[in-house]
Design a protein around this ligand. Structure first.
Ligand SMILES: Nc1ncnc2c1ncn2[C@@H]1O[C@H](COP(=O)(O)OP(=O)(O)OP(=O)(O)O)[C@@H](O)[C@H]1O
Length: 309
């Protein structure tokens, strides 16, 4: 089994520490989501793993070996960092054939990955005529070409249509279930929550979390109860009296943290407050991620100012 091992990795560009003493292992047999705000160091880490950047200090290895030492690297590591990397004048199949040839991969594998990524009907078209989603599929086809034990994909769902998003989600899960090591970086929290089993989260080049999806969400959020009533002010006051704060959600409901739905229902019944809706609100990966990275985001937009008419 082949893991990706990052050991004390630091990468400095000029005065910027893109990656700062990072240590983690990406294990086989599961999909690992690689998260972090813009500029957190995800691409830099992946580039170092692929031997495209040299570390300032520390190491990044795949199955205990540096990428540059691997013979026929596509047979060990499949990567998608930039879906625009294919030569635009080339036909899709020729692009994959060239990659296959230089990595001693049989030509029949090219037709297999074209079929797997849905590109067989356009295999002889030039890359320049491809849509964003087709280029993305071609990048994924290239990553799969060597049937590698390790896959590292930057925003795998980028540009894919809804059917394509379900396809890539299912594919990544299947590759992990086969025992492969799958690392996907993404800013799409809902999609990551549906795909990944484990998370590595970076902030300003440092490791913020290395944990299972469920644990990550539980540790970084509070359970909330959502309640709708015709008498919000009274419910708010009665909850406050027993130590809970009801916060309006902006859509006519109230959110109450750290309480059971049954307790809110009982309290409302005791005071004759009509309840129109009462639900346990499952915290999301987005909630957890935003809470954890609040201090690590470098590029934060100003709150919009309301213009008075
Ligand atoms: N070639 C480079 N030269 C100088 N600085 C760089 C270079 N590549 C990355 N950086 C800097 O390193 C830091 C980390 O960038 P990186 O692209 O790794 O972040 P990221 O987590 O992938 O961000 P994003 O989510 O926006 O893709 C940033 O501050 C970036 O400006």
């Amino acid at each position: 089994m082949t893991s990706i091992d990052i050991q004390g990795l630091t990468k400095v560009y000029g005065t910027a520490r893109a990656v700062d003493d990072l240590t983690f292992r990406v294990e086989p047999g599961r999909v690992t989501g690689f998260l972090g705000p813009n500029g957190a160091g995800k691409s830099t880490t992946m580039r170092v793993v692929l031997g495209l950047d040299r570390p300032t200090s520390g190491t990044a290895t795949v199955g205990g070996r540096h990428f540059r030492e691997l013979a026929d690297p596509l047979r060990h590591v499949g990567a998608l960092l930039d879906a625009g990397a294919a030569h635009k004048a080339r036909r899709a199949r020729d692009h994959l054939l060239a990659l296959a040839h230089s990595n001693r991969i049989p030509a029949r594998r090219v037709d297999e990955v074209l079929a797997e990524t849905g590109l067989a009907p356009v295999a002889r078209k030039r890359v320049r005529t491809f849509s964003l989603g087709m280029r993305q599929r071609l990048g994924i086809a290239a990553a799969l070409l060597g049937d590698p034990a390790v896959l590292m994909l930057d925003e795998p769902a980028n540009g894919l249509d809804p059917e394509g998003i379900i396809w890539i989600r299912t594919l990544l899960k299947r590759l992990a279930a086969d025992g492969r090591t799958v690392l996907i970086s993404s800013h799409l929290m809902t999609e990551t929550a549906l795909t990944a089993d484990h998370l590595i989260v970076l902030g300003r080049g440092r490791l913020l979390a290395d944990t299972a999806m469920g644990t990550f969400i539980r540790h970084n959020t509070h359970r909330r109860v959502r309640v709708r009533t015709t008498e919000g002010k009274r419910l708010h006051a009665e909850l406050a009296r027993v130590g809970f704060e009801a916060v309006p959600d902006g859509a006519g409901r109230w959110l109450v943290e750290g309480v059971e739905p049954a307790d809110v229902g009982a309290l409302a019944a005791r005071h004759g407050i009509p309840v129109l809706e009462l639900a346990d609100e499952a915290p999301s990966l987005e909630d957890a991620y935003l809470r954890l990275t609040a201090d690590a985001a470098e590029f934060v937009t100003a709150a919009p100012t309301t213009q008075e008419a």
